[in-house]
Design a protein around this ligand. Sequence first.
Ligand code: NDP
Length: 258
Amino acid sequence: MVEAAYKAANLNIRYINTEVFPDALEAAVHGAKAMNWLGFNLSAPHKVAVIPMLDGLGESASIMGAVNCVVNRDGKLIGENTDGKGFLTAFSQVLNPEGKTICIFGAGGAARAIAIELALVKAKKIIVVNRNIERGEDLVDTIKTRTSAQAEFVQWTPNFVIPGDVAAIVNATTIGMEQFEGKKLDLDFDSIRTDLVVSDVIVNPPNTHLLQEAAKRGAVTIDGVGMLVQQGVIGIKYWTGIDADQSAMRSALEAVNI
Ligand code: NDP
């Protein structure tokens, strides 16, 4: 997807995937700096571990305590988090989050990134619904102490009823992924209103069980592919300054069956 954007812009840049084991992360980061790379992305389990190895952090990455995109700015490696920003770009095309109450399922890396970005653009309140109490409360504490948004933790109970005052819900759990056993969120799907925006982070498959149930009830749906493309667009902008060709990126994703 990223190389398709470089090709469309006639840029002679490569985006290569490498597997780095945790005990080699520091050497890999030094290597990227020594070779004057424009930057790199990181995935689990490196998103938190990389922080002490960097020269600084962007605002939201510093609040989240997680980095998925490192940018070489004048020889300094700065950690950013583009997951939540990518989500926000895709989400905002459908609903302006300012002043809205939004319910997020999950409290892992993706949920943290999304919740903080929504709070930073002045969502009124974030309701975090999670199975693990400690993780859910920790995210709510972070929102309350580091942003101006209100936040509430609700423990996930079976056949969960979506609160009536929310404008949107976001599935930011791993439920729905192809390789994941449980594909259905434990929700009362009849609590999905027609005026609710229902968003999912899952990309494989993009048309998740949740989005199918939401569409059946007439709700507006947003799949995870937009977030994936937009986080790439933001990373490419950070690294190269160009506005990437999004259709070239989507075509490259479709070609690998996402
Ligand atoms: P984490 O492992 O950090 O978090 C997973 C979350 O899912 C936790 O909150 C966990 O709850 C919850 N969860 C898992 N299983 C269940 C279950 N059976 N019932 C209830 N809750 C459950 O993962 P990430 O946040 O890093 O990733 C989440 C998803 O987001 C992944 O599918 C990933 O691919 C996707 N993603 C998509 C992106 C995109 O661009 N579209 C970008 C980044 C991520 P608990 O705390 O209770 O264990």
